[in-house]
Design a protein around this ligand. Structure first.
Ligand SMILES: NC(=O)c1ccc[n+]([C@@H]2O[C@H](COP(=O)([O-])OP(=O)(O)OC[C@H]3O[C@@H](n4cnc5c(N)ncnc54)[C@H](OP(=O)(O)O)[C@@H]3O)[C@@H](O)[C@H]2O)c1
Length: 283
């Protein structure tokens, strides 16, 4: 297959590039906005026909939750309108969405059939993107994920490592619950979908296994790195004063993905250990 990967300079796109080496029977076209702007319908159509693309894996997105509140037009173009562009190319699409499509007010893991109720611009535009994609391409696969981190790009893990080295104390929220997800494991899930002998369209939830707060996650990151001189204390979301409201509950039920593709999913701590090992070998 000829596979187009968009947004390939991001966390997930880079992990797709790494993992593609283990799947050499496909041809890959890794692009980011400089090579292929997913909002440009003409450019996308020309690329797909020039390179006889069979499958698009969309890793591109407008992911800055705070900035999206002030720049809804751009967020909507990239997270929503572009999905109608990608979905109307006559090829299969695997797209990544987010826990932010939900309200975050639940207390049991969200299933794919639960009603979306986004309360941020980022969440609303991502939800709109899901709907536009499915309208244009009912055969699409959408994987909703949450709390993504990687050895590539900027993310919570790297921020907590930096702050742990810089500061003597740190307050981290304990009242937001979710599952940290190593982007390498999400990339593996995408390859599970690609390599499946049967194409199973639809919406799926995929994160690592387990449930913790950002506070617990920080404690685990510091323990694995060996940061002992930074006191981490639990604070509430109210104390942190986010510019944009964050979901209190982001846990996704992954039963459908596991059952459909017959796979086990790694525990969040195992993913974190692998990411930190990789970071340690890079420095
Ligand atoms: N990060 C998370 O915690 C999280 C959680 C849940 C779901 N997700 C979803 O997971 C997916 C992957 O996230 P990620 O963390 O890997 O994102 P990321 O690191 O922000 O990467 C996104 C990439 O897309 C590029 N891009 C932006 N606009 C584009 C355009 N018009 N055309 C082509 N490329 C464009 C970005 O370039 P610039 O950097 O230059 O803008 C960036 O390289 C996204 O769909 C995201 O919504 C992420």
């Amino acid at each position: 297959m000829n596979i187009l990967i968009t947004g390939s300079n991001g966390q997930l796109g880079n992990e797709m590039r790494v993992l593609s080496a283990q799947h050499p029977r496909h041809n890959y076209f890794f692009t980011d906005v400089a090579e292929l702007d997913i909002t440009n319908r003409q450019a996308v159509s020309a690329f797909v026909s020039s390179y006889a693309i069979d499958l698009i894996v969309n890793c591109a997105a407008y992911t800055n939750v705070d900035k999206a509140e002030e720049d809804e037009v751009t967020a909507h173009k990239i997270n929503a309108e572009a999905l109608s562009v990608l979905g109307s190319q006559g090829v299969r699409v695997i797209h990544i969405s987010t826990d932010y499509v939900f309200s975050g007010k639940a207390c049991v893991p969200y299933r794919e059939t639960d009603s979306a109720a986004p309360n941020t611009v980022y969440g609303r535009t991502k939800y709109e993107g899901e709907k536009l994609l499915l309208a244009a391409c009912p055969e699409a696969v959408i994987l909703r994920t949450a709390w993504l981190y990687s050895s590539f790009g900027n993310n919570f893990v790297k921020t907590m490592i930096r702050l742990g080295h810089e500061r003597e104390s740190l307050g981290v929220v304990f009242d937001q619950i979710g599952t940290p997800t190593y982007a390498a494991d999400l990339a593996q899930a995408i390859f599970t979908v690609i390599e499946s002998p049967v194409w199973h369209p639809g919406i799926y939830h995929f994160t690592n296994e387990g449930v913790i707060s950002w506070y617990d996650f920080t404690k685990a990151i510091h323990a694995l790195i060996g940061i002992n001189n930074c006191h981490v204390s639990p604070i509430s979301s109210e104390e942190y004063q986010y510019r944009t409201p964050r979901p209190h509950y982001s846990v996704l039920d992954k039963s459908k993905f596991k059952k459909t593709f017959n796979v086990e999913i790694p525990y969040w701590l195992d993913g974190l250990k692998r990411c930190i090992e990789k970071l340690n070998t890079e420095f």
